[in-house]
Design a protein around this ligand. Structure first.
Ligand code: SF4
Length: 413
C-alpha cells in the first residue's frame, strides 16, 4: 500500500508521525559552510520543525520518519504495530531528495530523521544510514543531520550513523526500568544504556583523534541526546530528575528532552486518559537547567519537590528550593560568590555575570539590581544591597504566595 502513495502523501503521514519526538534541537554542532541554492526562506511546510538552540537561534529542520511501520508494540506510541494508523515508508533516496529540495529552497537547515522498526533493527538502521550517506557522499550535503538510532541494532551500524550525523540520539523512553518493561515490552533498558555508552566512547575517541590528526573522521560532533516521556507511567519528578542526572553523568549527553505524554488516537488501555499538565514538563526543564548551569546537585533539586516527589507547579524549582532553605538567604549582592548568587530566585546566569562585572566598579544598590534583573520583586527577599536589607521579608510565612506568579504565567529564572 505504501508504494501507491505519492511522495506528498507519504510526507503528510511521516511528518505527522514524527511530531511526537521532542528531541530535535540542533544546538552545538560544528560550523560548516553552506551549500545549496539561494532563494526566499519560508516557515511553512509539512514536517518542518522549529528547534531552538540555547542561544535563542531558531533552526528549521525537516523532521520526518523513514517509516511509521513498526514491529514493536510500545503502548505510548502511535506507530506501534497494533495501532490502526495509515502507514507509509520512504526509501532512503526519497529522504535524501526531499531534504535536498527543501534545503535548496531555503526551507530548512537540516534533517531530523527517525523511524519505526521495519523488518529488523539492523535493516532499519541500514536504511537510515543510507539516507544520510546519499546526502553526505553523493551530494556533499553540509547541513545538519540528526539521526535517531536504534539501540537494538549492531554497534557497528550505530557507529556508522555517527560518521554521517551531527547528532545521534537514542531514546530511553521512560524514566524507570519498570515503566519501560510495562509500556515498551520489546525494549530493554540495558541494551539502550549499552548503546549510549558505546556512543559516548566513540564521541570521546573521535574528539581525541581529531586533536592528534586534523583529518580524522568526525563522529557526531554535536553529541548525543535522549528523550523521556513524562506522565505515561507513575514515575515522580524526583525519579525523572535522578534518571536524567545519571544519564548526563554516565553518558555525557548534550541534552535530555522531557516530553509530556499526550494521549494518542487509538490509545492503549494501560495508559492514563489525560496528559500531564504541560507546566510539569516546563518545571522539569527548569530543574534540568539548575543541574546543568546553576550548580545544583541532583539531590538538591530533588529537595525542591513536594512530599509526593513532584515539583510544585505554581512556582519554579529554584524558588521552591530557596523557600525551603531560607537560612541560606539573604546573600549580599556586593560580596556573595557566583555560586551563592546563582541560587537567588530571579537571578539568571546572565544577571549574575552582570552583577559580578558591575560590582568591580561600584557598590550595588537596589536600583542597580532592578536594572540588571527582570523581576526585582522576586529577588528582594533573598538579597542584601548597599541600601536594602529584607529584614523579616525573607522569613514571612506567606512569602510563597507573595512570589508565586499567576497560574497562566510561565516565569523564567
Ligand atoms: S519502537 Fe519506536 S516507533 Fe516502534 S512502537 Fe516503539 S516507540 Fe514506536
Amino acid at each position: 500500500m505504501a508504494q501507491q502513495l505519492s511522495l506528498r502523501q507519504k510526507l503528510e503521514i511521516l511528518a505527522d508521525a514524527a511530531k511526537y519526538d521532542a528531541s530535535c534541537a540542533s544546538s552545538g554542532t560544528a560550523k560548516k559552510n553552506s551549500v545549496g541554492g539561494k532563494g526566499v526562506g519560508s516557515t511553512e511546510g509539512m514536517g518542518i520543525c522549529h528547534a531552538y538552540a540555547p542561544d535563542g537561534r531558531c533552526i528549521s529542520l525537516l523532521k520526518i520518519l523513514l517509516t511509521n511501520h513498526c514491529i514493536f508494540d510500545c503502548h505510548y506510541c502511535i506507530n506501534r504495530k497494533s495501532s490502526n494508523v495509515a502507514r507509509a515508508r520512504f526509501t532512503p533516496q526519497e529522504v535524501a531528495d526531499l531534504t535536498l529540495s527543501f534545503y535548496r529552497r531555503n526551507y530548512i537547515e537540516g534533517l531530523f530523521l527517525s523511524s519505526g522498526i521495519v523488518k529488523s533493527a539492523n535493516h532499519t538502521m541500514d536504511q537510515l544510514i543510507e539516507a544520510a550517506r546519499i546526502l553526505r557522499e553523493e551530494h556533499d550535503f553540509r547541513g545538519y543531520i540528526h539521526l535517531k538510532t536504534i539501540p537494538e541494532a549492531d554497534a557497528e551500524l550505530i557507529h556508522e550513523a555517527g560518521l554521517y550525523a551531527d547528532r545521534v540520539s537514542i531514546n530511553v523512553e521512560l524514566p524507570t526500568d519498570s515503566g519501560l518493561t510495562r509500556l515498551a515490552p520489546d525494549k530493554n533498558a540495558r541494551q539502550i544504556e549499552g548503546a549510549m555508552d558505546r556512543t559516548k566512547s566513540r564521541i570521546l575517541q573521535a574528539k581525541d583523534e581529531r586533536k592528534r590528526f586534523r583529518h580524522a573522521p568526525r563522529f557526531a560532533p554535536a553529541g548525543q541526546s535522549t528523550q523521556m516521556i513524562v506522565g505515561a507511567d507513575g514515575a515522580s519528578d524526583v525519579d525523572i530528575m535522578g534518571r536524567a542526572s545519571a544519564l548526563y553523568g554516565n553518558f555525557g549527553l548534550r541534552r535530555v528532552y522531557y516530553s509530556a505524554f499526550s494521549p494518542i488516537p487509538d490509545a492503549s488501555a494501560v495508559l492514563p486518559l489525560k496528559r500531564p499538565p504541560l507546566i510539569r514538563e516546563h518545571r522539569l526543564y527548569q530543574s534540568d537547567w539548575l543541574m546543568r548551569f546553576y550548580g545544583y546537585a541532583p539531590g538538591e533539586v530533588a529537595q525542591a519537590a513536594e512530599a509526593d516527589g513532584n515539583l510544585p507547579l505554581d512556582i519554579d524549582p529554584k524558588l521552591a528550593w530557596a523557600l525551603k532553605f531560607r537560612e541560606r538567604f539573604p546573600v549580599d549582592v556586593n560580596r556573595a560568590s557566583r555560586e551563592e548568587l546563582l541560587r537567588v530566585p530571579g537571578l539568571g546566569t546572565k544577571a549574575v555575570a552582570k552583577i559580578l562585572a558591575a560590582r568591580r566598579h561600584r557598590t550595588l544598590r537596589l536600583d542597580d539590581l532592578a536594572r540588571l534583573t527582570q523581576s526585582i520583586a522576586k529577588v528582594r527577599p533573598f538579597l542584601v544591597a548597599a541600601d536594602w536589607r529584607p529584614t523579616r521579608l525573607t522569613d514571612r510565612a506567606d512569602l510563597r504566595s507573595l512570589l508565586a506568579p499567576r497560574q497562566e504565567q510561565l516565569e523564567l529564572f
